[in-house]
Every structure is written in structure tokens, then in C-alpha cells.
Design a protein around this ligand. Sequence first.
Ligand SMILES: Nc1ncnc2c1ncn2[C@@H]1O[C@H](COP(=O)(O)OP(=O)(O)OP(=O)(O)O)[C@@H](O)[C@H]1O
Length: 245
Amino acid sequence: MTGEGLYLDGVTVVFDGFRALNTLSLLVAPGELRAVIGPNGAGKTTMMDVITGKTRPVSGIARFDGHDLTRMEESVIANLGIGRKFQKPTVFDALTVFENLELALKAPRGPVACLRWRLSGAARSAIERTAEQVGLAERASDPAGRLSHGQRQWLEIGMLLMQDPKLVLVDEPVAGMTDHETAETARLLVGIAGERSVVVVEHDLDFVRALGCRVTVLHEGTMLSEGSIDHVQADPRVVEVYLGR
Ligand SMILES: Nc1ncnc2c1ncn2[C@@H]1O[C@H](COP(=O)(O)OP(=O)(O)OP(=O)(O)O)[C@@H](O)[C@H]1O
């Protein structure tokens, strides 16, 4: 992997005089998997919003592979290769798993281009590879509407992967999942990092432990602690504001 990765330094976001982010700094290396935890209102969503260009900081640096994210439109940032998965999946229930992945594939745009668009062998293999990667190869011809809650989340992660992103942001992926699905999701996310950076916001600490990655704890819009899950769980400041509650 080449490039600078994600670089936030001194990022401050103010809503009506309230500092939702307060000089937040965060470095995520190319290929790194990072978990972000913190109490409600800590600024996790706002941080993701700054990275995708939805929210503008009043000060600080936000860069991805050297590109200044604070000056780019959301669509331009998406085209840089930053993909975001929200909590609620947006898959098409009537289409099969394969068709959902096909739709998400970078295809030529415009009506004429679409008419000429035929699924090439390479595209088909990419779809099959992704279905395998997200544990849905056996379900490729089933309508997405028949998938379980967890499988739908994986399909949406697969749809993001079809765009070949360099950075994937994932918001509370295991909320509402069974224990088995949660364990599988950890395995899936570990598997997709390496080729790309992955930032996961999550409250479920058993799941975060299963990710086996560096953990950043946010509190009141800034970084409170960072390190292995054992390190942050033993940090008295983290216990006081988050774990001890
Ligand atoms: N558009 C907005 N206008 C005003 N205040 C906002 C806005 N968006 C977020 N905030 C405030 O900023 C703070 C940080 O919110 P944020 O949603 O980023 O926290 P979070 O860590 O994602 O919380 P949660 O775990 O509950 O999702 C909160 O106090 C929230 O009320």
C-alpha cells in the first residue's frame, strides 16, 4: 500500500458555539484497521462527517493521501476512494445478491454507455470474489430481501467493496446482530483491511476486541486514549468517562 492514509490534525467543529470536535488528531495508515469508541456525543459521527466532507471544520487539517478533505465536495471525496457504510443498509430487496453487487460496480455511466455495458468476465469474477469475501457466495442468486439482518449488512459492505475504496468507514456494523454474525463481521473486516484502510465506529467492546486492532477512544470531541484494547480498557481516564458508567 502506498500513500499517506488518513491524517486529521487539530480538527475542530463548532455547532452553535458547541465544540462537537475539539482539536481532534487521528492518523490511520494505508491498510490499517482502526476501531473508534467513546460515549454518546463524543464526536464519532461528526468525525466521519468531516472525513466524507459532509461537515466542515472551523480549523485543523483533514487529509487523505495528501488531498485536503476540508475543501472538497462530498462526491469528489467519494471519488477519491472513501466509502461509508451507515447503520441502516440500503440494499435492493427485490434484486439478488449478485445483482446488488453488479449495480454497485463501477460501470460506464450514461444511457448509451449503459446500453453498451455488458458484464465482462473480469467484472463477473470481481462480483463473485466479493460475494465470497463477504460470506454470501452461496446466496448469490437469492433476493436480498431473503437475507438475515447480518447478511444484509455484509451485502452492503460488499457493495462498497465493488467501488474498490481505499478507505472504508463503518458505523456500528454489529448493532442487532447475533453473536455468530458479530464474530463473522469481525472476521470480514479484518479480511478487507490490508488492501485498504478501515475505520470502524462501534460500542460493542467484545466485537472491538475481536478486531484485534488499535483502538482510539474519543471523549468530548478529542482523543482521550489510544492503543490496544487492553491498554485503553485499563486506562483510568477511559474507565472514568466511558467504561465505568
Ligand atoms: N448538526 C448538529 N447541530 C448541533 N449539534 C450537533 C449536530 N451534530 C452533532 N451535534 C452534537 O455534537 C456532539 C457530538 O455528536 P456526534 O453525533 O458526533 O457524537 P457520537 O460520538 O457519534 O455519538 P453517538 O455514539 O450517540 O452516535 C453531540 O453533543 C451532538 O449533540
